[in-house]
Design a protein around this ligand. Sequence first.
Ligand SMILES: O=c1[nH]cnc2c1ncn2[C@H]1C[C@H](O)[C@@H](CO)O1
Ligand SMILES: [Zn+2]
Length: 330
Amino acid sequence: MNYSKMPKIELHCHLDGSVRPETIIDLAKKDGIHIPSFDREEMRGELIAPLDCESLDEYLEKFSIPNDVMQSKENLKRITFELYEDASGENVKYMEVRFAPLLHTRKGLSVEEIIESVIEGMKEAEEQFDIKGNIILCCMRTMSPESAFEVVEKGKNFLGKGVVAIDLCASEEEGFCREFIEPIALAREYGYRVTIHAGETGIGRNVLEAVEWLGAERIGHGVYITDCPEAYQVVKEKGIVLEICPTSNVQTKAVEEFRDHPLYDFHRDGIKITINTDNRTVSDTTMTKECELVWGEFAMNEEDYRAIYMNSVEAAFASDEVKAGLRRYL
Ligand SMILES: O=c1[nH]cnc2c1ncn2[C@H]1C[C@H](O)[C@@H](CO)O1
Ligand SMILES: [Zn+2]
């Protein structure tokens, strides 16, 4: 299979982890922002998390440089546009991009201005390229529940205008869901769909709690349901979709080596998996590379490709019309 040419769908991609290194250099020059190097290769080295990275927390250190240049409307719009352009270039037909608005307020932008700029970048790309998109707002679980309320409240006016869902991300502690029950319940009431990063760093029970307490319809990663039979069962029985990000999972040590990844076992057991990049720059990857990795390592065939693509279509937080269009690509 030529994965570059195959139609693809991406449901889990962070904006700040997917900024082109050359754009960071360009924006830093334009705005007089200090960055470690103006050389593209050196910059890539600063941005990419190594495969022998030790943990999610080490991986997350790579987000500080991109966020330094993501503090103006113009820059946010350009970065979003370019991400959709890159995805479209490898035949991604639909992509949900996520980001944490509260990381972009350092130079005085309001949360509304931030969200608006990202939507503008996406819409402009939709007009120019054969790709559709939607935006997921991340709440940082390292911040307070009040900060999550703020994102939910300020993002709600953009529901139906590009924003579709809410997420919790960043470092993963055991039992993190409890504190966020109320803001996420409010989000559901307002009409946000819900996906939650959970089960990435060894705590399968977090997946169970994300589903039962927060109403997660999809789970970012979920690798560690292998260690929690109740979480495994709930994911399987409720048809909760796992947003698997293979390279990222090796970098963050969700799995020790790629061949240890349980994604194929999940798929064979009827768990709905999808394949995603997580972070195109920090994980030095593309959807094409992730597909090559997965289909190369495991004995998966075209039928599996179709099944996993269809999982992504059905799990997308997109309109029925967009989903109908996506089904026709395969
Ligand atoms: O894989 C991840 N797990 C948890 N948090 C993550 C992951 N990738 C990126 N993030 C965080 C770092 C970013 O600054 C934030 C918003 O995109 O989301
Ligand atoms: Zn993620």
